[in-house]
Design a protein around this ligand. Structure first.
Ligand code: TYM
Length: 323
């Protein structure tokens, strides 16, 4: 069976972009593939995290995985820092990755603008650790949002370089994106992606937002000029809101246009808010029902299973490299 692998950083809230760009697609894929899902806590360190918050956010993210429907009985779900092979392979890949390739990475450029006071080496070599995450598990497909595709492509290039230098043992992975949800935009700025690190919380809807906050945020979301509920490249704001409507209800754009024919933004927005509330409430209920102890237990079982695969692969890699 082909294997998929993906992860999310535990850096605070999980928004609808993370959910639909990543988790929602994983749910469908877990029926057909052998899956490895993890919490990228080592990656989170590239931006300073308060230790207690990082621990809390890690457990909360696991709870979101479970509440969304990821299945830890069937698939491997673990915390990155529990499997030391990630760091080990990350270092080896640092030594085969050209600096020029890392300098091209959009995420590095964006984050170093955003965190001018902390442009650390980890932020720069982040894609080598991400490549290690993927390559340790002989991954076939990496389901991610559009912003991570560049990193998956670099992973292929790094694997190819390693294979040429040492031995043909690293599998070349492919990014897998869902075209509709690959890039949800900010509610306050539909030109840019919805982002956890946005300056205003009106940029995103978090999966854990209360019903009232969701209503408030949708009410405030920017709209285009005009008043029709119509999808189009020249109407980025309403198109983004219609995308969210489509993802939460399963209706396609023409069905949504028909439903709101003759109605204006206010009607559409208030219905959209209710659809999001309806979608997120069951996830929130399940989230509340998972205890910290249950979450810890799932993480430690998952780490044990992950270590078996990663440990074997690492032995092969060390042997090839001469360590
Ligand atoms: P992270 O934590 O920034 O984001 C998690 C997932 O959410 C997707 N995403 C979006 N999708 C659609 N619209 C958006 N506005 C949006 N914002 C974020 C991301 O593409 C991602 O799929 N480097 C990764 C974590 C990682 C990883 C890995 C992923 C570390 N190692 C190995 C896959 C495989 C990251 O920072 O994701």
């Amino acid at each position: 069976m082909k294997r998929i692998l993906s992860g999310i950083q535990p850096t605070g809230i999980i928004h609808l972009g993370n959910y639909f760009g990543a988790i929602h697609n994983w749910l469908a894929l877990q029926k057909k593939f052998d899956c490895v899902f993890f919490i990228a806590d080592l990656h989170a360190l590239t931006v300073y995290q308060k230790p207690e918050e990082l621990r809390r956010n890690t457990l909360n993210l696991l709870k979101i995985y479970l509440a969304s429907g990821l299945n830890p009985d069937k698939h491997i779900i673990f915390r990155q820092s529990d499997v030391q092979e990630h760091i080990e392979l990350g270092w080896i890949l640092n030594c085969v990755t050209p600096i020029a390739e890392l300098e091209r990475m959009t995420q590095f450029k964006d984050k170093s603008k955003q965190h001018k006071e902390n442009i650390n080496a980890g932020l720069f070599t982040y894609p080598c650790l991400m490549a290690a995450d993927i390559l340790l598990y002989d991954t076939d497909f990496v389901p991610v949002g559009e912003d991570q595709v560049q990193h998956v492509e670099l992973t292929r290039a790094i694997a190819q370089k390693f294979n040429n230098l040492y031995a043909d043992i690293l599998k070349l992975p492919q990014a897998k994106i869902n075209k509709i949800s690959a890039r949800l935009k900010g509610l306050d700025n539909p030109e840019k992606k919805m982002s956890k690190s946005a300056a205003s919380e009106y940029n995103y809807i978090a999966l854990t937002d209360s019903a009232d906050l969701i209503r408030k945020k949708i009410k405030k979301a920017v709209t285009d000029s005009g008043s029709e509920i119509k999808y189009g490249a020249d109407r980025p704001a309403i198109s983004n809101l219609m995308t969210i409507y489509s993802l939460t209800t399963g209706l396609d754009f023409s069905q949504i246009e028909k439903k709101f024919n003759g109605k204006g933004y206010a009607d559409f927005k208030s219905d959209l808010a209710e659809q999001i509330v309806k979608f997120t409430q069951p996830i929130q209920k399940k989230f509340q029902a998972v205890s910290d102890d249950q979450a810890e237990k799932i993480l430690s079982d998952g780490a044990e299973r992950a270590r078996k695969i990663a440990g074997q692969k690492m032995e092969q890699i060390k042997d090839a490299v001469g360590l």
